[in-house]
Write a protein that binds this ligand. Structure first.
Ligand code: HEC
Length: 180
């Protein structure tokens, strides 16, 4: 929410100087509208702006395989919706995204045996936090939000690791949230 509001206000400020030059009433109305929407969203803390950004990043980076509604594709790409690895303790979810995962693994009784690439060289702490905050709370998932600081701590922990996790690596990680 904070980020969105700042962006909104920032745009408004820069528009104000633009307006001084051009005096465009139409644009003013449009910005006022956007600002109004931003302010009216303020009480909707349950689905924060961070999760909204996470949704966009999810669509760009993950949805091709795990699908826009998190269902995955049977026997090929595991679901993130209803998956204990995604929505359980954040230690596991963050470790998977940073390091990647190499099958075979079982998710909700179904087997998958594909590779998922590591994302640590591609996505920043901030982006991984937003994506995981989104997927851990979307589609009925009830996971806790993930902060960039938590991803940073996990990244440091796995700094030396170059191979993807196996299912055995994963079960060796405590099923709990990363300490705030
Ligand atoms: C190219 C396809 C592909 C993309 C893109 C992809 N994944 Fe995966 N993902 C997989 C595969 C395949 C597995 C299962 C690996 C295995 O069999 O061990 C997996 C497993 C997972 C798991 C653990 C299993 C589960 O069901 O919870 C999580 C969590 C996950 N991916 C999250 C993500 C996130 C977040 C992104 C985006 C940053 C992403 N994936 C992008 C293919 C992909």
């Amino acid at each position: 929410m904070k980020t969105f509001l700042c962006t909104g206000l920032g745009s408004h400020t820069s528009f104000s100087s633009l307006e001084a030059v051009r005096g465009s009433a139409i644009r003013r109305t449009r910005w006022a509208g956007i600002l109004g929407v931003a302010l009216s969203l303020a009480p909707l803390a349950a689905f924060s702006q961070d999760a909204k950004r996470g949704e966009q990043l999810y669509m760009m980076n993950c949805a091709a395989c795990h699908q826009p509604t998190g269902t995955g594709i049977p026997a090929v790409y595991p679901p993130l919706a209803g998956s204990p690895m995604t929505a359980g303790g954040s230690k596991r979810a963050v470790a998977i995204v940073l390091n990647g995962l190499q099958g075979p693994i079982t998710v909700n009784g179904a087997q998958y045996n594909g590779p998922m690439q590591p994302w640590k060289a591609i996505l920043s702490d901030d982006k991984i936090a937003s994506i995981l905050t989104y997927v851990r709370q979307a589609w009925g998932n009830k996971g806790t939000p993930v902060t960039p600081e938590q991803v940073k701590a996990a990244r440091a922990e796995y700094a030396q690791r170059t191979s993807p996790l196996s299912e055995a690596d994963l079960t060796a990680i405590a099923d709990e949230d990363i300490k705030p």
